[in-house]
Design a protein around this ligand. Structure first.
Ligand SMILES: O=C(O)[C@@H](CO)OP(=O)(O)O
Ligand SMILES: [Mg+2]
Length: 401
């Protein structure tokens, strides 16, 4: 029934206005799935390779599509993903491109769900999944690689940890986003938005901490449940390997100073989440910081782990971090993303399913988070390509997918 009869690939626009790969997968009994690859700006050095979409499409048409059509079953995700790997023939999808791979992998999953007549999260997670919802981390102020002339720290994230429902959490993040705008206006700070829809004011990190802290408290009082906040430091982007220092606009910190600085921030602002506080090659520094503050907060590896089980295993062995960011396009297939989530959970690491800064209307990650009982999802606060995922979470909770 789910035998794949066609795979169509095309170039479509992403949220930054760049081309990306969209895939349609069709099956024998009329099943249909469509998915599109997202794209990072602050990409980790060890991520699977994204090729220019026209090249990725041509290579996938040549190497992968003939092995899938008439051969593979969309309902058998492991088989589809194994074929994508074999067709590519490299470790990092540099032949067909991780963008073609992930688009096909996700489209096949949707086609499989379509034939079953089941929501995607149920097809992926099984029939007993779907009662737990991830807490959305909402980017409200940002800079780094996502906006010019803004904060050094890439993302200041609202984290409505006490929200009674996913709907309450989603609206709380939007309210924090709005509260930030009002506070910026009070201070006469004009600003636009970064790639993920977060405000991108030309202020230093210290002022951003003040504003986000205040915005979170204001909304917390309004909604009556706990809202914490977190960060994506994107440490690898700040790290200069020649001088071995983290370069901020106003100062430079060596690794020990960076660890002390982040630990101080965790205490001062009760941060519930800190992503990539340190360089992507520095397992030792991650371990040291985790030892210091890992009981109080999540220390999450994004560029450190790149959704890769080998890198995660090394982190587990070395006690580096206690959480992993999960981005299917960093590794290339849904099966690989699942494996990383399972390994994380088995070892007490919290998986955080995540969007990329360049996104599309594709909402697969909302289903992936629910299917795997992931405790958090990071997918922005506002903006169409972000609300595509947030609204899908609300629909899943409402049993309306
Ligand atoms: O660093 C990150 O976590 C992501 C998403 O927020 O950014 P990018 O997609 O640019 O890597
Ligand atoms: Mg990150």
């Amino acid at each position: 029934m789910t035998l794949i009869t066609d795979v169509r690939l095309r170039r479509t626009l992403d949220s930054r206005g760049n081309p990306t790969v969209e895939a349609d997968v069709l099956t024998e009994s009329g099943g249909f799935g469509r998915a599109a690859a997202p794209s990072g700006a602050s990409t980790g050095e060890y991520e699977a390779v994204e090729r220019p979409p026209s090249e990725a499409i041509a290579a996938a048409r040549e190497h992968a599509v003939p092995r899938l059509v008439g051969e593979a079953y969309a309902g058998n995700q492991r088989e589809v993903d194994a074929i994508l790997r074999a067709a590519d023939g490299t470790d990092d999808f540099s032949e067909i491109g991780a963008n073609s791979a992930v688009a096909i992998s996700m489209a096949a999953a949707k086609a499989g769900a379509d034939v079953l007549g089941a929501p995607l999260f149920q097809h992926l997670g099984g029939t007993f999944r779907g009662d737990n919802f991830p807490i959305p981390l909402g980017n409200v102020v940002g800079g780094g690689e996502h906006a010019a002339d803004a904060t050094d720290i890439q993302e200041f994230l609202a984290a409505p940890v006490g929200a009674p429902s996913v709907e309450d959490a989603v609206f709380a993040n939007a309210a924090v986003h709005e509260a930030v705008a009002n506070l910026l206006e009070d201070r006469d700070i004009a600003c636009g938005k970064g790639d993920e829809g977060a405000w991108a004011p030309s202020i230093d990190d210290a002022e951003a901490f003040e504003i986000v802290d205040e915005a979170v408290s204001l909304v917390e009082d309004e909604v009556g449940f706990e809202i914490g906040f977190g960060l994506d430091v994107a440490g690898a982007e700040l790290y200069d390997s020649d001088s071995e220092t983290y370069e901020y606009s106003d100062e430079s910190r060596d690794t020990d100073e960076q660890i002390a600085y982040v630990a101080e921030l965790v205490d001062e602002y009760d941060l519930v989440y800190v992503e990539d506080p340190l360089d992507e090659d520095d397992y030792d520094a991650f371990a040291e910081l985790t030892d210091e503050v890992g009981d109080e907060t999540l220390i999450c590896g994004d560029d450190l782990f790149v959704t890769n089980t080998e890198r995660l295993r090394e982190g587990i062995d070395r006690d580096a971090g206690n959480s992993i960011l999960i981005k299917p396009n960093q590794i290339g297939t849904l099966s690989d993303a699942f494996d990383a989530i399972e390994l994380a959970i088995e070892n007490g690491y919290d998986p955080v399913v995540s969007h990329r800064s360049g996104e599309t209307e594709d909402a697969t990650i909302a289903h992936l988070a629910v299917a795997t009982d992931a405790p958090f999802i990071k997918t922005g606060a506002v903006g169409g390509e972000r609300t595509a995922k947030l609204n899908e979470l609300i629909r899943i909770a409402d049993d309306a997918t």
